[in-house]
Write a protein that binds this ligand. Structure first.
Ligand SMILES: Cc1cc2nc3c(=O)[nH]c(=O)nc-3n(C[C@H](O)[C@H](O)[C@H](O)COP(=O)(O)O)c2cc1C
Length: 182
């Protein structure tokens, strides 16, 4: 290859790397099952693998062993943009603020999202008045029963949360039914 060809190839490579860097997204994945090797977490891990392979920056958090207290409903966060409770939800909330994509994984408990996920969503209340970066939200669910209707209420619940964030949408859901063993 002559010098001209090499220069062109370098320029092309640089441009491609620049574009790939620009397209790379910050993805925050939160797995809420308390079980090690859980089914919903397996879905979340598969999502993480695919996202990493596609060149995205992935932060994977499991709530197992973490402390997520209930929202106190004090609304201080709506002014201060931060929760008064200093626990793991506070840290997750700060990560969620700058992520472009949020992924939540939950087992189905009594045809709903797990209490762990609901508690976390409530604790993400400081995001409501904030300049959050996320646009796409994904929900991964698993349950013992396999009917398509099983995750409907969990999806609807997360939709309710997403609707409160104007720039965001529920971009996709994945359900794995017929699984109990972790
Ligand atoms: C408290 C509780 C409630 C559950 N409720 C349901 C249910 O309503 N429908 C269902 O199909 N499975 C139900 N299951 C089973 C779990 O959804 C199922 O085992 C799931 O795969 C667990 O996900 P994980 O491995 O990610 O924890 C329930 C399990 C528990 C512990």
């Amino acid at each position: 290859m002559d010098q001209m060809g090499q220069t062109r190839e370098t320029a092309y490579r640089n441009k491609r790397m620049e574009t790939e860097e620009k397209m790379s997204k910050k993805i925050l994945i939160v797995s809420t099952s308390p079980r090690k090797g859980s089914n919903s977490e397996a879905l979340a891990l598969a999502f993480a693998d695919g996202a990493k392979e596609a060149g995205n920056e992935v932060d994977f958090i499991s709530l197992r062993g973490k402390t997520v207290n209930f929202c106190r409903g004090c609304f201080v966060c709506q002014e201060k943009l931060r929760c008064v409770i200093r626990d793991d939800a506070d840290e997750i909330c700060q990560k969620a603020l700058t992520a472009n994509v949020l992924v939540f994984a939950t087992p189905i408990y009594y045809y709903e999202m797990s209490g762990q996920l609901k508690t976390l969503l409530d604790r993400l209340n400081p995001l409501f008045p904030s300049d959050y970066a996320f646009q796409d939200i994904y929900l991964m669910t698993s349950a013992a029963e396999a009917e398509d209707s099983v995750p409907e209420r969990a999806i609807s619940g997360v939709e309710g949360w997403v609707e409160c964030f104007e720039r965001a949408r529920l971009a996709g859901t994945v359900f794995m039914g017929g699984v109990t063993e972790a």
